[in-house]
Design a protein around this ligand. Structure first.
Ligand SMILES: [Zn+2]
Length: 404
């Protein structure tokens, strides 16, 4: 909140300079298009802040600093200030725009400014839950170093992102676990043991959660390395732990369309919040699964098959994974159908999932499987195919199961 307030009102930075809480140094004079700017550098605990002062009228035009994005790591945060107007004694920008990594995330227009208004006591008080956060707490420092000017998918207003949740492992079959977090997201993944190692499906929500996942793997399979990480798609709640897993040398399996993006993510600098990947000497291997192709791994005992669900409303790189062992099938899918959750993420998601299951012949045209078939959803809880069709029916979503 403090950070957003400061970004909205860069005068606060100057006030802190006057109070000797920050230092200020002149860096250089630059020309951009027809305007000349004096660039000042203000000290900051996270990353130095560059202020661009319009050389002609002395107003702050632009601010640039670095922050951490949970997947992209170091990113540039830029705020621009336009239309400075005098309120009573102080001038304010009537338009503020904020962008991270070049993507515009916030556009705010101010209609009027009142100096020192009378406000009820506690007007700006934090909710009780976060009130206990002190400036030297780990959570405070993580928050300070992480971009929360979010308007990205599922990061609305920064309230959503929970970095620290605990995981619970449930055994589905010998050598196969479902790993799910205890937050309201019920975000889950899978661990599958095979002869030569362990395959992890879904890296989870953050580096910290991913490290917990690694501990679970270590505890259950102490002699085996994670050879592969299968990532359903690139969204921040599912994929922010990818770098932590890949830093150990695991091959990353992703859907066609995001290969270059992942290559960049894996080599991105992470100086604001150094992570395991930033000090790892591993050169990552990224394998894309093509639209009509599949990726397989088997030791003759467990069979893993990954398919690309190109035709879906949620993400262009969407993968589903079939794990088959002892004549049972476990199908991992994320965000197409939040099984057992009572709602479903994307309109058209369940239909596209069932269409893919039929296309890849995982179920027949009547939506039946010869073997016991359990859907392990990215959010929610495991359900059988029959339970899935019945839940979707109750939600008013009719799945075409060849009944016509
Ligand atoms: Zn998603």
């Amino acid at each position: 909140m403090e950070k957003i307030m400061t970004l909205m009102n860069p005068q606060f930075l100057l006030r802190e300079v006057l109070k000797n809480e920050r230092t200020i140094t002149f860096s250089e004079t630059v020309r951009e298009k027809d305007t000349i700017y004096d660039v000042l550098i203000i000290s900051d605990d996270v990353s130095p802040i560059k202020l661009y002062i319009n050389n002609k009228n002395g107003t702050i035009s632009k601010l640039e600093t670095k922050t951490n994005h949970m997947i992209l790591r170091d990113i540039v945060l830029r705020a621009t200030y336009k239309n400075w107007k005098k309120a009573e004694s102080v001038r304010f920008p009537m338009q503020v725009d904020i962008a991270v990594s070049g993507n515009k995330l916030l556009h705010q227009l101010h209609e009027s400014v009142v100096e020192n208004p009378e406000l009820e006591e506690g007007y700006f008080a934090f909710p009780k839950k976060v009130d206990g956060l002190t400036k030297d707490s780990t959570a405070y420092n993580k928050g300070l170093r992480t971009h929360h000017i979010h308007d990205e998918f599922f990061e609305i207003a920064g309230l959503y992102y929970i970095e620290e949740v605990s995981l619970e492992a449930t055994k589905l079959a010998s050598g196969i676990y479902e790993v799910r977090d205890n937050s309201s997201n019920h975000l889950g993944g899978m661990i599958v043991e095979y002869e030569k190692g362990v395959v992890v499906i879904e890296a989870h929500t953050s580096e910290d959660v991913s490290k917990e996942l690694l501990k679970i793997v270590q505890k259950n399979f102490p002699d085996k390395a994670i050879t592969h990480l299968i990532q359903s798609h690139h969204h921040v709640d599912h994929a922010s732990g990818v770098r932590a897993v890949v830093s150990l040398g695991s091959e990353l399996i992703i859907g066609k369309g995001t290969g270059d993006w992942w290559e960049n993510v894996l080599k991105a600098e992470s100086t604001i919040r150094p992570d395991e990947m930033s000090s790892s000497s591993v050169s990552p291997t990224v394998t894309e699964v093509d639209y009509n192709d599949k990726w397989t791994l088997s030791d003759g005992n467990v069979y893993i098959t990954v398919y690309h669900v190109s035709d879906n409303p949620h993400a262009s790189d969407m993968l589903i994974t079939k794990v088959e062992k002892d004549n049972q099938i476990f199908l991992y899918e994320a965000d197409l159908y939040n099984a057992g959750f009572g709602f479903t993420m994307a309109y058209g998601g369940p239909e596209s999932l069932f269409k893919a299951l039929r296309k890849f012949e995982l179920i027949d045209s009547d939506c039946k499987s010869q073997q016991p078939f359990t859907i392990i959803p990215g959010h929610g809880k495991p359900v059988t195919i029959g339970q899935a069709i019945s839940e979707l029916g109750q939600l008013g979503i009719a799945i075409d199961c060849g009944t016509e």
